[in-house]
Design a binder for this molecule. Structure first.
Ligand code: TYM
Length: 355
């Protein structure tokens, strides 16, 4: 495969790559997205050639309103920049701007077993909630499109191949496994084309749970408003939600996944945000009770998200600039995606167009 040029320009030695995606399916990202994935997007852009995608094609696998999708896509992009994803260093783009995503998904879909796709737990969860009449074929093939997203940005395979890392939360592990399987299958049938991607899942913050139902994942589709902390939330409600987070009848701030799921979730959040070991937090709050612990945690969350909210609003004030950045991201992403797709078409046996 031809070597992809660096999106920053120049012909520097290839760096490992990072690719990740997020759906524009809510008015704000949430604390789980931030700790499970987005923080890592920001840190990895320093050491990797980074591609970050707002996956609007995935967002239409469930019923949606076009105007709302358009607005949420812009808000998603603005939040990424506000969190510190740097449009100079990272390629940030909308999935629908690069049609190769859908094209590669078709090819990979033809390599995926029906039963294999049916075993995806996220599909089973979501489709059981939608009922069979409301479940689209797009929802079924969703993980195949995700595999295509990732594999389009494969580094060149070979003895000196670079890694392809995918920063995600725990809930995406199975989709990453499928992606690796499909990459291996394609390589086996048609010749080595793809590097198998590695999931990059943070220890400790890979599954942030719902503040009201601390055994369930914090989720934009399943959590109640009280269970979820939005990045763009106003300070007052944000503080209240944390103060009202479900704990238990005890008083000790100690980590115990089985008996104290609520406190354990709050400890994980605290530890990840402040960079303090959980054991040190237990010592700090020994005998202090839940009230003080939650109060300090609420302040920490506010201190983290307030600047992001303010910057997001500022960026949304200049839509023309956001559109310009998106267009530039699409152009850089296309440079890589078009080349990968040329190789794929050739390997699969499609006839060239003669130029
Ligand atoms: P999405 O949009 O649901 O979530 C975006 C990212 O946030 C992580 N996440 C969490 N992490 C910890 N705790 C939580 N409670 C929590 N909730 C969400 C997710 O794991 C994810 O990393 N299928 C993907 C989007 C996607 C994608 C891709 C990701 C499409 N193509 C290619 C990586 C690579 C999804 O639905 O993420």
């Amino acid at each position: 495969m031809p070597e992809a040029s660096s999106p920053i320009g120049g012909t520097a030695a290839p760096a490992p790559r990072v690719f990740s995606g997020i759906q524009p399916t809510a008015d704000s990202f949430h604390l789980g997205n931030y700790l499970g994935a987005l923080r890592q997007w920001v840190s990895l852009q320093d050491s990797h050639e980074a591609f970050y995608c707002v996956v609007d094609l995935h967002a239409i696998t469930v019923e949606h309103d076009p105007a709302v999708l358009r607005r949420r896509t812009k808000v998603a992009i603005a939040q990424l920049f506000a969190m510190g994803v740097d449009p100079e260093r990272a390629t940030v783009f909308a999935q629908s701007h690069v049609p190769e995503h859908a094209e590669l998904a078709w090819v990979l879909g033809c390599l995926t077993g029906f039963g294999e796709a049916g075993r995806m737990t996220q599909f089973k969860d979501k489709s059981s909630k939608q009922g069979s009449a409301g479940t689209s074929v797009g929802l079924f093939t969703y993980p195949i499109l995700q595999a295509a997203d990732i594999l389009l940005y494969t580094p060149e395979p070979g003895p000196d191949e670079q890694a392809l890392r995918v920063p995600v939360g725990e809930d995406q592990r199975q989709h990453l496994e499928l992606t690796r399987t499909l990459a291996g299958r394609f390589n086996h049938r048609f010749g080595t084309t793809f590097v198998e991607p590695e999931a990059y899942i943070p220890a400790g913050a890979a599954k942030i749970t719902d503040l009201q139902e601390p055994t369930a994942k914090m989720s934009k589709s399943a959590s109640s408003p009280q269970g979820i902390v939005d990045v763009l939330e106003e300070p007052g409600p944000m503080r209240k939600k944390i103060m009202r987070a479900v704990t238990d009848t005890g008083t000790e701030v100690v980590y115990d996944e089985e008996k104290k799921a609520g406190v354990t979730n709050l400890l994980r959040i605290y530890s990840a945000l402040e960079g303090t070991a959980i054991g040190d937090l237990e010592t700090r709050y020994a005998g202090a009770g839940y009230g003080q612990f939650k109060k300090d945690l609420a302040q920490l969350v506010l201190d983290t998200f307030t600047p992001i909210r303010e910057r997001t609003l500022e960026l949304l004030g200049d839509e023309a600039e956001l559109d310009r950045l998106l267009a530039r991201g699409a152009e850089r992403a296309s440079r890589v995606a078009v080349r990968t797709m040329e190789t794929v078409r050739d390997r699969v046996g499609f006839v060239g167009r003669g130029h």
